[in-house]
Ligand binder design. Sequence first.
Ligand code: ZN
Length: 290
Amino acid sequence: MARKYMNRTLIPMALLASLTVTTGLARRPGEPLRPGFNLFSKEQDVQLGAEAAKEVRKQYKVVQNPALQDYVRRVGERLAATDEARASGFQFNFTLIVEPTVNAFALPGGPMFIQTGLFPVLDNEAQLAGVMAHEMSHVILRHGTHQATKAKGIGIVASLAQGVVGDKSAMAQVLDGAIALGANSWMLHYSRDAESEADALGCHMMAEAGWDPSQLATFFLKLNAGERGGAGQIAQFLSDHPNPENRESAIQAEIRTLPRRTYGYTTGEFEKARKAVLAIPVPKSAAPAR
Ligand code: ZN
């Protein structure tokens, strides 16, 4: 492999330079959204996410109601059928878990978990689709491994500079390390930039799927109002997904860049699903303290 013989000083220097370059000007509404700098491959996103999903399934109780799982899956698959989601090449899957805190999360490469505690604060299906579209956008934009790249970049560059160690490549060892970090490391707080991007891309996907994207802004307004009102449980989603500045108006500005469409798609099954979720006995939270 020619690459092996390339100048070992130059490559790490170039990588370091890319790591330290800031994102520059903030993205304006309607501008393209692309994954940021990432030392992991998309295949590694899939591998890391699959490993972490196994842990999530051990840690949480999956809702034992096929009709409810089917409902969440159909909402997710409608979003997964949008151009943006299909272009990512990731295979998404959707699981409703018994967990009373207001949250949902997606792991690198596509596994998404929706917590039962999200349903009491949802007004309609468009808001559920909005949260799911936001989560899928984190996957598509590869925010998990992008953030790991930023956090561990110097270490990865140093390992790559050492070349091959033993019978495993330095990258394979880094990947082992990333897997060992466990599921929780992929659920940690996203940056505010990542949040803005996931809101924007989420709007595009909602709109293409036919759900009113302004409901995403309404959902965040409601979470913030809950937060101000001291509803402690509301905080979990906002703790993992911190509010960018002027979140609601940024979402509305993004929506104005979209082609005019008539929204109003619904499966017609939201109320029934919400009632069924609310009837599930509430256990003690299994969410790890963060
Ligand atoms: Zn987010």
